[in-house]
Design a binder for this molecule. Sequence first.
Ligand SMILES: [Zn+2]
Length: 175
Amino acid sequence: MTGTRPGGVSAGADRAGGGQRVPGTADADSRWLAEAIELSRRCPPSATAFSVGAILVAADGGVIATGFSRERDPHDHAEEIALAKAALPGSLPAAGGATLYSSLEPCAARASRPRSCAELIIAAGLQRVVIAWLEPPVFVRGGGAVRLRAAGITVTEIPGLAPAARAVNAHLLTG
Ligand SMILES: [Zn+2]
């Protein structure tokens, strides 16, 4: 039943010669997002929360920070870890030009901690978020993308990578 793997996710096209690291092009966005999905595979297993990976990339294509769910603590969300490592909120010099890649839509509400990832992203001054998968209504309602857009942040969805992001969480979706 599983075992479907989207083609062409890993290597990508190298003909552009380096330009695909800089966020904003379709090639670069797909590549970084695929790396975020790879990170999600490192999450400690959970029966009650999704496995998510996130990468914060500067405007010049340099990685600022990465994070994955439950990386330091069972309540950790991938996006908040990446932002925390970058010394956010509020003090990231390149925040304005950085892009946050997340395998799942950032949460708009959460039970475990007072601030949702959407709120943290807004507070950090980020202006662009790229996601693979809109949060399904398994644990909480989604709405993070709507919340971010309402704050003026550009949210780009790459649906072609959603199956890969979902596959990491297949055990939560089939029960
Ligand atoms: Zn979150």
